[in-house]
Design a protein around this ligand. Sequence first.
Ligand code: SF4
Ligand code: SF4
Length: 436
Amino acid sequence: MNKPVQSQTADRWLRQISREAGRQLAAIRDLSCSPAALEPFAKALEQVFVANDLQPLLASGGATRPVIGVYCILVPEELIYAAGAIPLRLCGGCSTSCAVGEEHVPRDGCPLAKSSLGLTARPGLAVYDLCDVVIVPTTCDAKRKFAEELSRFREVWMLEAPHLKDSEISQQAWLLQVMALREQLERYMSQVQGKRVRITARSLDQAIKEQAAAQRQMRRLQTLRAQESSPVWGRQAMLVANAFSFMEVTAWTRAMVEFNNELEQRQGQTVCPIRTPRILIAGSPVIFPNFKLPNLIEELGAMVVADESCVGERALYDPVGHPERNLRAQLLALAARYLMPCICPSFAPNEDRLVTLRRMITTHRIDGVVYHVLKGCVVYDFEVGRVEAALKELQVPVVRLETDYSPEDVEQLRTRIEAFVEMLVQRNRPPNSSRT
Ligand code: SF4
Ligand code: SF4
């Protein structure tokens, strides 16, 4: 059974994490026209990082179900729900924990791996301490070696992720991985619950439907953000997406219905002037509380209207197709859903990502793309040239910004983003308008 939820000793380390997250939450709550329905999401992140008390979150999902940590969107979360547990997405975004992570991850390794390892290696943060078992897909090199290091602290189940999506051998191998995960979850949960636990067609059907309901709400939000008048700040939408990592799916969906309803009632209202440059953030994931890039973009006069991050829209875009309530058919559909539409650059070839980006540019009327490269994230950096070439055809400028979680490069980033936004403002200016 997972360890009981306890309030942790407020040592310096936890205070630093709490301050880092608290500052970011305050900045987002203080934005003009903040929707009242943002609060459940902000509260969830506050409980995780500031109060360090998960009990209200887990209880809101119904009783005290065991939790299982996951480290990538390739993990089929429906299986975890169908087994009676709650998945928590543990990819780390705290700068505070990177120093501890560096004891296990090479200096030039990606900050996501450093932060995640730091948060696990040093006990204290309940959300990490609670997960006795974590699932890590072997996507990029960093994730594979991270999983190996992590196994010094937790029971790690590696999910062997293919790198070629279109090969039949890869698809078969992935299906076997998904089937093996089902069996592993059943064994683990039987042990934890002290009775035989089975994932049935019925429990999986319900989990698929619950996840599909969450996806529908995410699509609703995307449609609202695509409007010419932006009803919500990009940072607020990104906070909502990040809260999904720590909220039970039905609780998140309920909160999303309210959030989208409130935004829909604001039809025609906008949080920024029309003609504000519309930005898409592409590249490495932006993970709370490291909102350095969206903060700067919006403080400097542009609006983040879309992000292709795997801790954002991408995580909740494609539903599982499962017309039959038959376990094998469901597992096939689940395996296909988690592999085929995934545009993580750990896959090659990855032309689908360019198709998705082109679509987002059109639907969200994007003026410019900020391409986020986390230092050490080779896979995303490899694809920057292809993305630039594809977007050049659409006459959409791209700026590549390499950064990590530390606040040290903020001024340097500010200068580059300021110049990029100014260039977009000039492009958006109607002809014959006076230039200052
Ligand atoms: S970037 Fe790719 S490998 Fe990393 S968490 Fe996202 S989907 Fe997984
Ligand atoms: S894909 Fe990039 S950000 Fe994600 S774990 Fe790998 S190196 Fe880190």
